[in-house]
Ligand binder design. Structure first.
Ligand SMILES: [Zn+2]
Length: 117
């Protein structure tokens, strides 16, 4: 019976691997939208008001936040005509990551089965 369980897991990981989408567009990071301040003197969007409060700034603009290692984050402004491509890339990355985690879980189970013999 132990062998059946192994075969089952091997079939399962094959099915998962076949569902793996094309990784060529994968993009890691997260997309956010926020206001930016240009800090140009006299800018009517950014200049401080009478109460010393900063103006509302420009935007909102789209920012791609990417981990650059060592806890550093790169923030890349994304023009609106590229936003959809970026979103698709992020989605693709997440999809692949999710499938990889599933494959890894199956392989862990398989490892446990192999230890039993
Ligand atoms: Zn400004």
């Amino acid at each position: 019976m132990v062998k059946d369980k192994k075969d089952e897991l091997i079939q399962l990981r094959k099915r998962l691997a076949k569902r793996m989408p094309d990784p060529s567009t994968a993009l890691a990071g997260s997309l956010m939208s926020r206001m930016i301040h240009c800090n140009k003197p006299g800018c009517r969007y950014c200049e401080k008001g009478k109460k010393g409060k900063r103006g509302k700034g420009h935007g909102p603009i789209c920012i791609l936040s990417v981990s650059a290692g060592n806890r550093r984050v790169r923030q890349i402004p994304i023009p609106s005509h590229l936003k959809q491509d970026v979103q698709e890339g992020l989605h693709r990355f997440a999809e692949i990551q999710k499938l990889l985690k599933q494959v890894s879980r199956v392989n862990l189970d398989l490892l446990e089965e192999r230890k039993k013999r």
